[in-house]
Design a protein around this ligand. Structure first.
Ligand code: ADP
Length: 139
């Protein structure tokens, strides 16, 4: 499997609760290399664009409000099979269904406030990484 990249965000709920360190530790222990990282806050426009695929879903307004209410950590991660392996590490969208040992099992509180984002395809990982980082910010 070729080394490749995925994109993640530590979401506002996890930042508010002081979980940045714990989540980054799980990412490192999971074998992911951080190749880009920033502490930032999404504007309403950013969040609407980032989650445009969900704009017809009933929870879209709630999702945008949540994702903009405080700072996030955005990062690009590198590992063999990065997208699939990171989805495994974060666990199911709903923490009640997330497996033991996953980030969402440990740190998420609800299906909406679920601590972390992980890209769902190589194509989206590239789009989402480029949304947050310029080429000179990726190492
Ligand atoms: P994932 O982040 O696991 O890929 P989705 O792409 O389905 O999940 O949804 C994107 C994000 O939208 C979720 O991570 C979560 O924050 C939010 N979300 C998903 N489903 C719901 C829901 N039923 N109610 C509120 N928020 C939701």
């Amino acid at each position: 499997m070729a080394t490749n990249r995925t994109f993640t965000m530590i979401k506002p709920d996890a930042v508010e609760k002081g979980y940045i360190g714990g989540i980054l530790n799980m990412i490192n222990e999971g074998g992911f290399k951080i190749v880009a990282m920033k502490y930032t806050q999404l504007s309403k426009r950013d969040a609407e664009a980032f989650y445009a695929i969900h704009k017809e879903r009933p929870f879209f307004g709630e999702l945008v409000e949540f994702m903009t209410r405080g700072p996030i950590v955005a990062a690009i991660l590198e590992k063999e099979n990065a997208v699939a392996d990171f989805r495994t590490l974060i666990g199911a969208t709903n923490p009640a269904e997330a497996a033991e040992g996953t980030i969402r099992k440990k740190y998420a509180s609800s299906i909406g406030e679920n601590a972390v984002h992980g890209s769902d395809s190589d194509e989206n990982a590239a789009i989402e990484g480029a949304f947050h980082f310029a080429g000179r910010e990726i190492f």
